[in-house]
Design a protein around this ligand. Structure first.
Ligand SMILES: Cc1cc2nc3c(=O)[nH]c(=O)nc-3n(C[C@H](O)[C@H](O)[C@H](O)COP(=O)(O)OP(=O)(O)OC[C@H]3O[C@@H](n4cnc5c(N)ncnc54)[C@H](O)[C@@H]3O)c2cc1C
Length: 315
């Protein structure tokens, strides 16, 4: 006989040694500021807490979802019928006499970049201004300026479905444009080793500032309520990657609005929570945009923003 779901908080406390929170509003954990309540919520501050919390949810068959900074997520208006774990496990160190950096993946990208500058390690300047944690960035192979984080991942430490911690190399992740194997396998990433190269502090800092300046012209600041580019840039049959905004612009996206959700006036690939938007407003607006682009250009846009339904079919 498995454990009873109603005993979950008690079982969690006994094993994790910290209480699980109940009925927590998810809007506070997504940059969209949208979403209902999660049945259970826990913020993990050590690998031990993180792994034990995951194993407890699996043991009691409670649906489980890991979040980092919530900068690429849209939560359901009905919240989540299960446990949301916020990975807040942070820490970065450099391997001795080597341009390699070890990091716990709850570390914000901003801290990783600051560390690289301090250590005069070059490679990651393109992530300047991308909000979120390393875990979220590796999951979606985040990038900018034609570079993505996966290019710099040497190894990763995963918690697999059987609860084992496994070390994997870069090839395992199958990185491609805004994709990694984690999107298919739903394994939990715990740690990453980045392979950077020795550089010059001033040049690294200068490139970061240039990148931030370029972003300022093109992207909304992350205090705007959104989850970054809403759609991936489509790959055309001839292999060219064309900005989704190119198509969206031409179908009049910038003037479109559904309920409290609107397309950002400065960039047609950003849907924003303009005024108390619901997830269903964002959804309907996105559907309308997709349909217009399909009808006019025969191009199928695919969401980059991840929607978490209240009741996922797979925990
Ligand atoms: C203003 C703005 C600008 C942005 N600009 C860019 C940009 O230029 N380029 C770009 O690529 N993105 C951009 N984004 C999107 C976002 O910043 C990135 O996707 C970022 O990497 C998300 O990290 P996160 O920690 O917030 O992930 P979350 O949103 O919390 O999670 C995203 C996904 O990652 C999974 N995940 C998180 N941690 C782990 C883990 N440890 N193991 C397994 N899975 C995990 C989650 O389950 C979820 O499915 C932007 C967003 C905003 C709001």
């Amino acid at each position: 006989m498995g454990r009873k779901k109603e005993d979950f908080p008690e079982y969690f406390l006994k094993n994790v040694k910290k209480p699980v929170m109940t009925s927590v509003s998810l809007r506070d954990y997504s940059n969209f500021k949208i979403g209902g309540n999660a049945d259970y919520f826990f913020e993990a501050n050590s690998v031990h807490e993180l792994v034990t919390a995951v194993l407890c949810a699996r043991e009691v068959s409670i649906p489980l979802y890991i979040i980092g900074g919530g900068y690429n997520l849209l939560f359901d208006d009905n919240g989540f019928r299960g446990l949301i774990i916020k990975n807040a496990v942070k820490g970065i160190s450099r391997r001795e006499n080597s341009p390699e950096v070890n990091a716990f993946v709850g570390t914000p990208l901003e801290d990783l970049l600051r560390f690289s500058v301090e250590q005069a390690l070059s490679g990651l300047e393109f992530i300047a201004g991308i909000p979120g944690t390393i875990g979220g960035a590796v999951f979606g192979n985040a990038g900018a300026f034609k570079q993505s984080i996966g290019e710099f991942v040497k190894e990763g430490l995963l918690l697999d479905q059987s609860g084992e911690q496994v070390q994997v190399g870069r090839d395992y992740f199958e990185f491609r444009y805004r994709h990694s194997i984690l999107k298919k396998k739903h394994e939990l990433l715990l740690k990453v080793v980045f392979e950077l190269h020795d550089g010059d502090k001033e040049s690294i800092q200068k490139l970061i500032e240039e990148n931030l300046e370029t972003r300022k012209e093109k992207h909304p600041h992350h205090d705007l309520l959104c989850a970054g580019s809403y759609f991936k840039n489509p790959v055309l049959p001839d292999g060219r990657i064309v900005p989704a905004a190119h198509f969206l612009e031409k179908v009049g996206a910038k003037t479109m609005k559904v309920g409290g959700a609107a397309v950002y006036s400065g960039h047609s690939n950003f849907i924003i929570n303009q005024e108390n938007a619901l997830a269903k407003d964002v959804f309907r607006l996105a559907q309308e945009l997709k349909q217009r682009v399909k009808e006019r250009f025969d191009v199928e846009l695919e969401e980059e923003v991840i929607f978490l339904p209240a009741s996922p079919s797979t925990p």
